[in-house]
Design a protein. Structure first.
Length: 202
């Protein structure tokens, strides 16, 4: 079996949560106060949203102050969030995060029209998480390989160590790996019981 670079770049979408709420417990104090306290998630619940949401939107700001947001596939490992990009220094995302390391991540784990409430209510049952922090490029090869092999292990557990190693050697030149040092993270949900009950029953 061959593992090409496209497969490896997509693999993070299936990487399960690694870490615990202990890593996030100190990350909520610096967040902006939430208006709807009744919908605020606990640290544990916020991490569950991150765990089960394969993609997020990365918010960046350019050197001239212009905002730019782009989808990424983030991976939470031991209190740090990693993501990968193509090894391209010409893109706007690369230019923004190298000029201004302050970023945010928006995870939308659920967004369902509350159809059973219509016409009494017109609403959306949602679950989301917001992370703010500072991004930097990972240059340590051991750390890059740890990230790379971790999501391969979870996406293609049937691959042999030799196949994964070969995929790493072939795919590694084509990607940059980044990590976000988390400053704050919060979660919010409407009718959260349905969302978390479904997650925990799977």
């Amino acid at each position: 079996m061959n593992i090409d670079r496209r497969t490896l770049l997509a693999a993070a979408t299936l990487m399960p949560f690694a870490g615990s709420a202990a890593h996030a417990a100190e990350k909520t104090e610096g967040a902006h106060p939430m208006r709807r306290k009744d919908r605020q998630l606990t640290d544990e619940e916020t991490l569950e949203v991150i765990q089960h949401t394969h993609h997020a939107v990365l918010g960046t700001v350019g050197a001239d102050g212009t905002p730019y947001a782009v989808p990424v596939t983030p991976l939470y490992i031991d209190g740090t969030i990693y993501f990968h990009t193509a090894a391209d220094q010409k893109g706007l995302r690369y230019k923004n995060i190298t000029a201004n390391p302050k970023v945010s991540l928006c995870y939308i784990g659920r967004a369902d029209i509350a159809g059973d409430e219509i016409p009494k209510h017109f609403a959306v049952n949602y679950a989301s998480a917001i992370v703010s922090g500072r991004v930097s490029q990972v240059t340590d090869e051991a750390e890059i390989k740890r990230f790379f092999l971790a999501f391969c292990e979870h996406l293609v557990p049937y691959a042999t160590p030799e196949e994964v190693e070969d995929g790493y050697k072939r795919g590694r030149p084509g990607i940059f790996v980044w990590k976000i040092a988390i400053d704050s993270m919060t979660g919010k949900a409407r009718n959260k019981q349905g969302y978390f009950n479904k997650l925990r029953s799977e």
